[in-house]
Every structure is written in C-alpha cells, then in structure tokens.
Design a protein around this ligand. Structure first.
Ligand code: SF4
Length: 295
C-alpha cells in the first residue's frame, strides 16, 4: 500500500486536502493492485470502496490523527500445535499514545454489530496481541479496541440514496470503535485454539458444517443489534449462518450454504432468502455494483 502525506506550506493540512490525498492514494493503490494482482473492480464497486474510505476518515478523524505507530507488527515465535507443528503467531495493530496512556487498535473489515455480537472472539485475539505487547515487548497498555471498518447497512443505504439527512443520522448512530477488555489469563487457551486450527488446515479438513448446523444458534453469543429472529435458533441468539456465512466469500459456491438457503426458501416460497434477508440484500447489492455500469 502506498502511504504518504503531502508537505504543506505552514505545516497544517486542511480536511479538504486530506480528502484529496485519500482520493489520489486510493487511485494509485488501485492501479498498483490491478497491475500486480490483476484485481479489477466494476466502476460502482470502486466508487463504493472510495466512499467507504472517505466516510471512514470523516468518522474516525480524531483517532486517525492521534495514531502514533501504525501497522505495528507483533509476533510470538516458538509455538507448537497439538500435533507438534511449529508456528509463529503474527498480528498487525495501530498504537495511540495520549499523554501517559497507550491504547491498541485492531482494524477489522467487519460491521460493528458483528463485533459486538461476538465480542469473545475478538477479545481472544486482542488478548494475544496485548500479551505480546506487554509481556514480550515490555510495553505499557491501558486499553484495547476493535475498529469495525465496514459501513452499517443504514449508512450504506443512505449513501446510495444520496440523502443528506439520512446520512447524518446514520453517521451519528454509527459507533465503529468497540472497546474490549483484555485478560492475559486467556492467552494459553487462545493459542491452543489457533494451533488446532492450523492442524485442521494442514490436514486438509475444509469440509463445511452440515446445512442444519447453519441454522443453529451459537451458544453464548447474543444477537443484540439486529433484533430477534422468530423460529431460528434459540431466542435472541444469532445462528452460525448469520454470524459466519453472511460475510463468507465462498458462500454462493458452498454446498451447505446453498442447501441452507433452499431450506429457508422452501419455508417462505422464495428462491433466495435467508433468516434475516441479509443474503438476498447482499446479492442484490453485489449485482447492482458489479453490473450497474454495463448498461
Ligand atoms: S458459507 Fe462459508 S462460513 Fe458458511 S458453511 Fe460455507 S464455507 Fe463455512
């Protein structure tokens, strides 16, 4: 990724200049990715990506301008999986130092509601990073947080409709910084989980869970941001599909997910439907941004 700031005459840089730089860097990064990796986006998808970058900057300006170390690489070497495979745990975080305080931020391309629904998973990962930062590097740490970079549906819809009032309302209610406590006592268990995952990957265990599992609730994880889903899983608990499949790039070629959608559709008389309609919405959006410019 290209990162740089343009020197200004008096040392200050205005918001308009920052946004101009974001546009320039976005174009250059896009060209670079296209040349190096052959990734090409339809014009609609590209505009959405640029808009997300700009909105993200506007919302998180205070944090962005106070970051003291960006993309800090953390590594924990010398680990071993349950099947005796050596591995190194690595992560990349941003650090903000304010006065005597130090905070660690981990950026995720997820929605804020997803992070809040599965706090434990994100806490586990931050616990490991905190352990490396404090225990291995010997640094102080006062707090950790996830920054959820995906725009919430209401904001995406308001931007698409170009409705200034709705955009302002959605921006005001969006809170992408999810503060999470860290507890280093859980680190050993989390590292063991990572190790089991590595063993499964190395052993080629990629089979998705059976379709009925996708409709089951995920234990302690509470559905708080999208409302209840009658008849799906235990009351107030999100299902596996709602948590994991919704954002999975492989979902439309996953046999379990396709079977799950068919089961859902059978009950509702729709070709494509999910328990909360999200996948149908996602598919519509995907078609819109990818085919919209081919008229
Ligand atoms: S859609 Fe993705 S997350 Fe869901 S079961 Fe299939 S592979 Fe797993």
């Amino acid at each position: 990724m290209i990162r740089e700031t343009k020197p200004s005459v008096n040392g200050a840089i205005t918001d308009a200049e920052v946004e101009e730089q974001i546009r320039e860097m976005f174009e250059r990064n896009y060209d670079l990715l296209r040349q190096e990796g052959g990734h090409v986006l339809a014009e609609g998808a590209k505009q959405q990506a640029l808009e997300q970058s700009l909105v993200y900057w506007r919302k998180l300006k205070a944090i962005a301008t106070s970051v003291t170390e960006t993309e800090v690489k953390l590594a924990l070497p010398g680990l071993m999986t349950p099947k005796r495979r050596p591995f190194v745990l690595e992560g990349v975080v941003d650090i903000v130092r304010e006065g005597e305080g130090v905070r660690m931020y981990d950026l995720k391309t997820h929605e804020e509601s997803e992070v809040r629904a599965e706090r434990e998973l994100y806490e586990d990962q931050l616990n490991v990073y905190a352990h490396i930062w404090k225990g291995v590097r010997g640094q102080i740490l006062d707090g950790t947080a996830i920054i959820a970079t995906r725009l919430p549906p209401e904001l995406r819809e308001a931007l698409r409709a170009r409705d200034p009032e709705a955009i302002n309302a959605a921006m005001a209610s969006w809170d992408p910084v999810v503060n999470l406590p860290f507890d280093e006592h859980e680190v050993a268990r989390t590292i063991e989980d990572f190790g089991r995952c590595i063993d499964a990957i190395e052993d080629g265990e990629f089979t998705p869970p059976p379709p009925d599992m996708l409709n089951k609730s995920r234990g302690t994880r509470r559905r708080t941001d999208h409302g209840d889903v009658p008849g799906v899983g235990a009351e107030n608990e999100p299902t596996f599909a709602q948590i994991h499949c919704r954002g999975c790039d492989a979902r439309f070629s996953c046999a379990s997910y396709v079977a799950y959608l068919r089961l859902q559709a059978r009950g509702r008389g729709r070709m494509i439907a999910s328990s909360d309609g999200t996948d149908a919405d996602d598919l519509d959006e995907w078609i819109e941004v990818n085919l919209g410019d081919e008229e």
